[in-house]
Design a protein around this ligand. Structure first.
Ligand code: SF4
Length: 220
């Protein structure tokens, strides 16, 4: 094909949303390969991997079946079947605590904790790459990601994260310092958009979305 016949690249002025979605999908593919490449090689499915990750991120490393189902955004039946397989593989154990309303708890075995810890190391790959961006761009990126995650949660497309912007203790834009305009009532400290947490163990979900809307309006 000569130069004159080559198709012209499409440099239209359309908003870049489709290209951003394409870029995120490429990054997600790398993450999946890095995180679960070896685990998949050992016969783990993505859902089984997500259960292990859900457990390792919990402070007590154990959760009830409904908590795991909600975390993954799957039915209790799917969560139950997945846990049964993981228990057969000796990656999780089930424990029934009669004094706690006879709840069934699922926790990681040492083998499951090792698999989850290995999978969570994908951040080792991404962190230095993200750090090549200027600090202001890193904050912008984090802010954009939080906005996207909140919208996905509102549309019930993903499991709910324990993020500052949906927390009872979050106060948006109450300080004059542009680097740390927000406040956490629990610890009594200011913080900025770059420090908004995605998985805070102290998170307490709120149904009053005034603070979220205040934050979202200010970052629009
Ligand atoms: S308790 Fe955690 S999630 Fe809530 S505002 Fe404070 S740091 Fe954020």
């Amino acid at each position: 094909m000569n130069v004159q016949e080559a198709p012209e690249p499409d440099f239209t002025t359309h908003p870049p949303a489709p290209r951003i979605a394409d870029g995120l999908s490429k990054i997600a593919k790398v993450i999946r390969q890095q995180a679960w490449g070896e685990a998949w090689g050992r016969g783990l499915t993505p859902t089984q991997g997500q259960v292990l990750m859900s457990l390792i991120h919990h402070p007590e490393k154990r959760k009830t079946l409904p908590e795991i189902a909600a975390d993954l955004g799957v039915s209790k039946v799917t969560a139950c079947l997945t846990i049964q397989v993981l228990a057969r593989k000796r990656l999780v154990r089930k424990e029934r605590r009669r004094r706690v309303l006879d709840k069934l708890y699922v926790s990681l075995t040492p083998k499951g904790a090792a698999a989850a810890a290995q999978a969570s190391q994908w951040t080792d790959l991404l962190v230095p790459i993200i750090q090549t961006l200027p600090p202001a761009q890193q904050v912008e990126l984090h802010r954009a990601l939080v906005r996207l995650i909140v919208t996905l949660q509102e549309r019930k497309e993903i499991a709910v994260s324990q993020m500052c912007v949906t927390c009872t203790y979050f106060r948006a834009n109450v300080h004059g310092n542009p680097d740390a305009p927000h406040h956490c009532e629990l610890v009594g400290k200011p913080f900025g958009d770059g420090q908004i947490r995605l998985n805070c163990a102290e998170h307490k979900a709120t149904t009053n979305l005034v603070q979220l809307e205040r934050w979202r309006t200010a970052t629009a």
